[in-house]
Ligand binder design. Structure first.
Ligand SMILES: Cc1cc2nc3c(=O)[nH]c(=O)nc-3n(C[C@H](O)[C@H](O)[C@H](O)COP(=O)(O)O)c2cc1C
Length: 330
């Protein structure tokens, strides 16, 4: 039997298939099921800094008291305490009903006091913390340097505040993605998850309305993290987990060949049901048996930039001659 052990979140995992943060991981009964189905680890639904800010703003708008500031300070703490108490309970419940590492996920949109909550999450028993760091680079007042500083400061502060391993989950929206990953990896994090997906707007042409696009990924999306994992896995100091578009064992295997230590899955579980997790692990195991691989280390990174015969294929961005002879009937 193939040995599927790997490492991510600074922890040894029994296999590389991690259940990603989503609504599915906000419920203890799902967490128990994923643990029983053999997940390598489970990342809980993120606790969102924005949730605190939104609630705080709603209260601020509804109050015109002369003791407004005092009132707001009080509510600020109360809201934070309540949201964190609920999250602490989720961590405890998850730990008590599962046999696999439970990872807390904190979404930060500004660095500051909020990051101190990382230690509360640690005290509640999380085995590691994934920082869900997402800034849409759409603010014309905020240049790449100020965004870069936010990411690095957020990571530095949390790594300093806690003893459990910290990983960063980022999007691919960086003008200097490779430098950003290297810089984050030098700040003491255990790993980077590549990549989170933004919720995106769409347009309904019948109603002529801007609407949210579907939340689930398509399988083609795996090619984006695949390129960057292939390019960076041998160049940065921390472990990598792939995320986006991993719907079957096939995409998970590709990510490991490109150099990922693990993969995270969400959409495929929404589409195919929780039990598909077991199927995906089986597909990985069967492929390893077919290929004669005894452990993940036997093939991890076998097709990363530095190992492939034609590394230029990872770097090539323009179609040019590659599609010079493209035949649309192919
Ligand atoms: C309904 C839904 C909710 C999600 N909520 C979170 C979240 O709270 N925190 C987070 O870091 N990622 C969240 N994600 C993103 C997933 O963890 C994952 O990174 C992304 O969906 C790409 O992986 P996939 O193609 O396997 O879905 C969510 C995804 C979905 C579909």
């Amino acid at each position: 039997m193939a040995d599927l052990k790997t490492r991510f979140f600074g922890l040894e995992l029994k296999n590389p298939i991690i259940v990603a943060s989503s609504g599915l991981t906000a419920k203890p009964q799902n967490i128990r099921e994923f643990s029983d189905l053999g997940a390598g680890a489970i990342v809980l639904k993120s606790v969102f800094e924005e949730e605190v800010i939104n609630e705080y703003n709603q209260i601020a708008q509804s109050k015109t008291s002369s003791h407004f500031e005092e009132f707001i300070d009080y509510f600020d703490y109360k809201i934070r305490d309540q949201i964190l108490a609920n999250y602490g309970k989720l961590i405890k419940d998850a730990k008590s009903c599962s046999k696999v590492p439970i990872i807390a996920s904190i979404n930060c949109v500004s660095s500051g006091d909020w990051l101190q909550f990382a230690s509360q999450v640690q005290d509640a028993g999380a085995d590691a913390i994934e920082l869900n760091l997402m800034i849409l680079p759409s603010d014309l007042e905020r240049n790449a340097e100020s965004n870069r500083r936010f990411y690095v400061e957020a990571v530095k502060e949390v790594v300093r505040a806690v003893k459990v391993p910290v990983t960063a989950k980022i999007s691919s929206y960086f003008s200097d993605l490779a430098c950003m990953c290297r810089e984050l990896s030098e700040e003491g994090i255990a790993g980077i998850t590549m990549f989170n997906r933004f919720s995106t707007p769409d347009i309904d042409i019948e109603r002529e309305k801007v609407v949210p696009a579907g939340a689930l990924s398509t399988v083609d999306e795996h090619l984006i993290p695949l390129r960057w994992i292939g390019l960076l896995s041998s160049k940065i100091q921390c472990d990598i987990a792939a995320s986006s578009g991993i719907h079957e064992g096939k995409q998970a295997i590709k990510m490991l060949l490109a150099g990922a230590n693990a993969v995270q899955i969400a959409s495929t579980l929404y589409k195919n049901g929780n039990s598909y997790l077991g199927e995906l692990i089986k597909q990985l195991e069967q492929w390893m048996q077919k290929k004669g691989y005894k452990s993940i280390a036997d093939f991890k990174g076998k097709l990363s930039l530095e190992k492939v015969a034609n590394p230029a294929i990872y770097e090539r961005a323009q179609f040019l001659s590659h599609f010079g002879g493209y035949n649309e009937n192919q």
